[in-house]
Structures are given as C-alpha cells and as structure tokens.
Design a protein around this ligand. Structure first.
Ligand code: 4NP
Length: 158
C-alpha cells in the first residue's frame, strides 16, 4: 500500500483537487486498493470544510469528485505517508520545515507536485482562490498532467 499526501495552503482548492484527480485515475486503472490518498493544508483556517465550491464545480465538469474535508498537516503525516507532494514553493518550504521539526520519524519523501508535470513547464500550482473561473481550470490542467505521470512512475507495471 503506497500512501500519498497532497499539500497546499488552505486544503480547500489545490490539494483537494490533486487528491480527487489522483483518486479518479486510480479508479480508472483499477488501482484504488493499492493506494491510500489524502490531502492537507499547511494552514488551519478551513479545517472541516469541503473543497471550495468553484473547485468542486470545475472538477465535476471533468467527471471528478472531490471528497476532501480540510485538515491541517501534522508531524505524524511524515511517518504515516510515503510521499508528500506540495503545490507551490511556500508549501514546500513550510512542509520541509515541519519535517525537520518532526525529526527522525519523518521518513516521507517530499517533492513539488509539478516535478511530475510533462506538458507544462510551470513549477508551482497557482492559488486560484482569489481569481476567476479560468484559474480553477488551469489548476486541473496542471494536476491532471502531474497525476498521470506520478501514477505512471509509482505503478510502472500497471
Ligand atoms: P488552497 O487555496 O491553498 O489551494 O486551498 C487557498 C484557499 C484559501 C486560503 C488560502 C489558499 N485562505 O487563506 O483562506
């Protein structure tokens, strides 16, 4: 069982979308039982909330559901998960700092999500929260690209 955690700032837009896109791909490929997938935020403002309704609407238009309820990342996540994927550079810095504080139990590998993108050269998933509709679509375009390549890499035999 491979355990993957997607992380952004609020855990209501980008990382719930990444989680939903990845879960959707797993279902399509019949690999759902081989992965545990979750998302979390470096911030705690939205804890308990469902994904932003604009993010959900954009995902639903692509046939993707976003089951996430927001939670804040914890020290335990760095021992519980194999892979932690961050959406932007601020998330990456915050997560690396937390992992250092978690000490030797922090065994998870930490990587930028877009290190898996092939079709796009951007290195960060932009925060769509204060922008328009197009921002949410672009987040999904980036995440679909990265998720396909991530899964190809994690399940080369499938
Ligand atoms: P996310 O977007 O990090 O993609 O979930 C955000 C949503 C809300 C806030 C920040 C980022 N906020 O500060 O309320």
């Amino acid at each position: 069982m491979m355990k993957v955690l997607f992380v952004c700032l609020g855990n209501i837009c980008r990382s719930p979308a990444a989680e939903g896109v990845f879960l959707h791909l797993l279902k399509e490929r019949g690999l759902s039982n081989q992965f545990l997938v979750d998302s979390a935020g470096t911030g705690g403002w939205h804890v308990g909330n469902p994904a932003d309704r604009r993010m959900q609407a954009a995902a639903n238009r692509r046939g993707i559901q976003l089951p996430s309820r927001a939670r804040q990342i914890s020290f335990d996540d760095f021992s519980e998960f194999d892979l932690v994927l961050t959406m932007d550079n601020a998330n990456l810095t915050a997560v690396q700092s937390l992992a250092r504080k978690a000490g030797a139990r922090a065994t998870a590998m930490i990587q930028p999500m877009l290190s898996y993108a092939h079709r796009f050269s951007e290195t960060e998933v932009p925060d769509p929260y204060y922008g328009g509709e197009a921002g949410f679509e672009h987040v999904l375009d980036l995440l679909e690209d990265a998720c396909v390549n991530l899964l190809d890499e994690l399940s080369p035999q499938a």
